[in-house]
Each structure stands twice: as structure tokens, then as C-alpha cells.
Design a protein around this ligand. Structure first.
Ligand code: VGL
Ligand code: ZN
Length: 192
């Protein structure tokens, strides 16, 4: 298999690999933890090649508008500072990972790691041109991040083996792939 060479102009973005999105968590994605070994391989390669490493996390206040108690679509999840909001302990993030918090405002949600975080500017400042995205959930925050990455002008790749969908409706995963492709993203099969 041919592995893409990463460089300092690449960024790896691990979206929301948090306890609550993994099996046993409050908003568990089926097989969500299976993304971790794949991401850990990419993290190793990214660190070895001076690529920029980003990890986003859903970081909600306890009364966030997306929670069903507030009339939102989701069960309570990823309340900031709680165990459920921590990165999964098996995810091997290096010390210098750029951590991006999102969903911090009570009254609005941010699915994309680019939404309201300044991430696009940070990456441009560092000379990043290409981004590689994996994490959870494929049909929610990964989808939004990939589409925003395309719109921000990055050459955007989805690492398909490093993501799983939550599928509120059957077929959401497939539809998310189609939407990301339509936005201009490249969908990488198992090993890019
Ligand atoms: C997410 C649902 C609610 C995600 C976040 O990270 O995909 N999904 N909040
Ligand atoms: Zn959320």
C-alpha cells in the first residue's frame, strides 16, 4: 500500500474522540473506539513528519441548548470537565497537540471544529495547506469539519477508516460521505 507522505504543510485533525462518543458513553457511536488505533497510526506519522496535530472536543456547559432537557436533539453529553468529555484514554495525543474546544456557548451548538474556534486562521498561520480528518461522529461533527475545511480552502481528506457514524437515521453515514465528497473532500480508503 502507498502511504501519503505527510509534511509540515499537513494537519491531522482528530474530531471529538471523547469518552461520551465511545461505547459505554452517553452518546455512544457504535464501534466508536475502533477509530483509535487508526488515528494513533496517523498521530505517530504526523508527529514524525512535523505535521500539525489538532484534537477537537465537544465542551458543553451543563445546560447546553443541544441537550434534550433544553429541547435539543441530543442526550446530555460532553459536559466540560466531566469524565465523559475527556479524550478517550487510548488516544495517543502528543504534548504539543492543539486542542480546540467547541460547543462552549449555552445558546448555540458548533458541530464543526472550525466553527467559531479560529482554527482555519491558526492553520493558515502555520502554513498548513492540506488537512486529514477522522474521529466522531462521521455524520455530525466530522462531516461539518470536513465541509468547513473544504470551504476554508484546505485540500481536505477524510480518513474513512478513522471515523464511524452515529446514524440517528439509517443511511446517515453514507449520506455524510456523499455530502463531504460533494463539498470537494477526498475520501481516503483504509490507508491513505
Ligand atoms: C457530536 C452530536 C452532538 C459529534 C457532538 O461530535 O459528532 N454529535 N454533539
Ligand atoms: Zn455536542
Amino acid at each position: 500500500m502507498v502511504m501519503t507522505e505527510l509534511t509540515a504543510k499537513d494537519a491531522l485533525i482528530a474530531v471529538d474522540v471523547q469518552n461520551d462518543f465511545c461505547p459505554g458513553g452517553a452518546l455512544a457511536v457504535a464501534d466508536g473506539d475502533r477509530v483509535i488505533p487508526v488515528l494513533n497510526d496517523w498521530l505517530r506519522r504526523a508527529a514524525a513528519t512535523d505535521a500539525v496535530i489538532v484534537a477537537s472536543r465537544d465542551w458543553h456547559p451543563a445546560d447546553h441548548c443541544s441537550f434534550s432537557e433544553q429541547g435539543g436533539p441530543w442526550p446530555l453529553h460532553c459536559v466540560r470537565e466531566t469524565e465523559g468529555a475527556q479524550f478517550h484514554p487510548a488516544l495517543a495525543l502528543p504534548q504539543d497537540t492543539l486542542v480546540v474546544n467547541k460547543g462552549e456557548a449555552q445558546e448555540r451548538d458548533n458541530y464543526s471544529a472550525f466553527d467559531g474556534t479560529g482554527l482555519a486562521e491558526r492553520l493558515r498561520e502555520q502554513g498548513v495547506e492540506r488537512i486529514w480528518v477522522g474521529g466522531l461522529a462521521q455524520d455530525v461533527c466530522v462531516k461539518a469539519t470536513v465541509i468547513d475545511g473544504c470551504e476554508a480552502g484546505f485540500e481536505t481528506h477524510l480518513i474513512a477508516a478513522a471515523t464511524r457514524p452515529v446514524e440517528v437515521e439509517p443511511g446517515d453515514g453514507e449520506r455524510a460521505i456523499a455530502a463531504m465528497r460533494a463539498a470537494g473532500a477526498r475520501i481516503e480508503a483504509n490507508d491513505a
